[in-house]
Design a protein around this ligand. Structure first.
Ligand code: ZN
Length: 583
């Protein structure tokens, strides 16, 4: 039986004896091939690994057909800078649901062009660029198998805790299509964990758009969501090679060359799979202080009714955002934000009708907004904040709206139907904007709140962050724009907290001493399956070069691969006593 044979099979493939024989065979065939040739028995074993991978990969693609996770593509066009390496000069952004019907597509989430109609080099036709990036989620959407590809065993390697077989892959028939590169296959379920290389097909599509011949390079990662279930989570891409692929025709158009770095994140599988037909309109009351029937009252007083009405609107909005996968489930990272928030509340003796909460929007654009008594910060914003004082500053801005008694939620959302819109129209429905008068008042209040807080001596750093934000607002209009809340900066000008910015020292982009803002992905780790967010607690690495401190930069991100615990599945845990004992 195939399964029973497995452990032996790999023992054989991995054993030192075999390795030695590979080395021997290699020495003999050194001229013939630079790759390792594991001999006939080894070849059969390699074929077996590939066939299992093909089967597992088919299951991954089938899963993508039925689940529609969220997908975000953030692209930075970069230009060379003598001292700092590649610096962002322009950016682009796509957010949507990853769909796989006729082919991989990115169905946009009601995301409109920002008011400045900036045309970027990488956007002759935005939806198609989105689709091209959607295609990078897998090395080959048809089949990565031995019929169409040649696989060459390279070595074994650990990716996190998964032990992988590494193979080089190229299409059997040289042509316009297919994946060329390297794949990592883990040895428990034979899933692809990582693929790294170029896809000729997507390159074709993009070359057409960019009017330049381009091979499209990608580094894609899968993560283990549940035992045996692997899902795409992350793809990094970069094209910074100035010399490659410029045919004589293309070189005359060298100005149109796209040099970019991009991060594609895929998450929210669980949210998309959950049956939420019931939860769309349900109003959940979490807080014990709104329980009915207190003091034998026949009805809530007008004031209490109004408060509860607002609370219902808040719950409706938060639930809907969580259901679509845009808002991280309440968790550990929120507590960190709430601790900082509490420092501000306590030292300023802010009077609150009920406790404040903090939640994380899972998207990259830097934004914050308030939904009732919940302050929401985006993942991208938290990622790039250099320190606690600047986090406090962001929270203080929202707290100011609360302390000043500004309207915290539009009670139109108390009516359940307001949020029963298609997913694609949700962001449109949830556009919270404040008047400039309210914003100005809040900014004034921020200075006061921070002045009384434990952060009052560290405001220069927060100011530095704001200064960087304002400097980059022109180059990175897509990153520095909100989905839901207000602009922090627009047209190269701060639209909030400008006062605080003026107190900051000058920026020193060429000095390692000053870290004004971090790179994207620097702080938060998102679980692709559940959308849960955790703080990256690994110690900071001393920087070696100013190239490593480009603010807001897109970099590769390598997940630490772990096998999911059986109970993390999200399926109901029905366990008998006997089962427990056997564990
Ligand atoms: Zn505001």
């Amino acid at each position: 039986m195939r399964l029973a044979r497995l452990p032996l099979l790999f023992a054989a493939l991995l054993a030192p004896v075999v390795t030695a024989s590979i080395a021997h065979a290699q020495a003999k065939n050194q001229k013939a091939s630079t790759a390792q040739t594991p001999g006939r028995a080894g070849q059969a074993q390699a074929d077996d690994i590939i066939d299992r991978m093909t089967k597992a990969e088919r299951a991954v693609l089938d899963r993508l057909r039925t689940s529609h996770p969220l997908m975000e593509v953030y692209i930075q066009n970069v230009a060379p800078d003598e001292a700092r390496g590649w610096v962002p000069v322009d950016d682009n952004y796509f957010l949507g649901q990853l769909k796989f019907d006729d082919g991989p597509t990115l169905r946009p989430l009601g995301f409109k062009e920002p008011q400045r109609g900036v045309r970027l080099r990488l956007t002759s036709d935005p939806p198609n660029v989105g689709n091209a990036f959607a295609a990078m989620v897998a090395p080959d959407w048809r089949e990565l198998d031995r019929k169409r590809y040649a696989f060459t065993y390279v070595r074994r390697e650990f990716l996190g805790e998964s032990r992988c077989f590494v193979f080089d892959v190229r299409p059997l028939r040289e042509g316009k299509e297919g994946f060329v590169g390297r794949i990592w296959i883990e040895d428990r379920d034979y899933n692809l964990v990582r693929f790294n290389g170029a896809s000729l097909g997507f390159g074709e599509t993009l070359s057409e758009m960019l009017k330049r011949k381009l091979s499209f390079h990608m580094d894609g990662w899968r993560v283990n969501a549940a035992p045996g279930v692997w899902v795409p989570s992350y793809v990094y891409s970069e094209e910074t090679d100035l010399n490659s692929a410029s045919s004589s025709k293309a070189s005359s158009k060298s100005k149109q060359q796209a040099r970019f770095k991009s991060q594609t994140r895929i998450w929210g599988y669980q949210a998309q799979n959950a049956d939420r037909t019931g939860s769309l309109t349900t109003i959940r009351i979490d807080e014990p202080n709104v329980a009915d029937t207190t003091d034998g009252a026949a009805q809530l007083s007008p004031v209490l009714s109004q408060r509860r009405w607002e609370q219902e609107a808040e719950s409706n909005v938060l639930e809907r955002l969580e259901a679509i996968g845009l808002l991280a489930p309440a968790g550990e990272a929120d507590k960190v934000l709430e601790t900082v928030l509490n420092n501000l509340v306590v030292t300023n003796k802010v009077n609150l009708q009920r406790p404040l909460h903090s939640r994380i929007l899972l998207t990259s654009p830097l934004e914050s907004f308030t939904v009732g008594h919940t302050i929401v910060l985006s993942r991208g914003l938290i990622d790039v904040l250099p320190d606690e004082a600047s986090l406090a500053t962001m929270l203080a801005h929202e707290l100011s709206h609360i302390a000043l008694g500004h309207q915290l939620i539009d009670t139109k959302f108390s009516f359940a139907d307001r949020l029963m819109v298609p997913d694609s129209e949700l962001l449109e429905a949830l556009r919270f904007r404040r008047t400039s008068k309210e914003e100005a008042a809040a900014d004034e209040k921020v200075i006061e709140l921070l002045g009384n807080s434990p952060y009052r001596d560290k405001l220069a750093d927060a100011g530095l962050f704001l200064r960087t934000l304002s400097e980059q607002a022109k180059q990175l209009p897509r990153l520095i724009q909100p989905h839901i809340g207000d602009y922090m900066a627009a047209n190269g000008q701060m639209t909030r907290l400008a006062e605080l910015m003026k107190q900051a020292p000058t920026l020193m982009p060429n000095s390692l001493e000053q870290i004004a803002a971090l790179q994207l992905g620097a702080r938060l780790v998102v679980d692709a399956w559940s959308g849960k967010v955790a703080l990256d607690r690994s110690p900071a690495v001393p920087l070696m070069s100013v190239r490593e401190k480009i603010p807001f930069a897109v970099t590769p991100l390598m997940p630490v691969i772990r096998y999911a615990e059986p109970l993390d599945v999200g399926t109901p845990a029905v366990r008998t006593v006997g089962e427990l004992r056997s564990n």
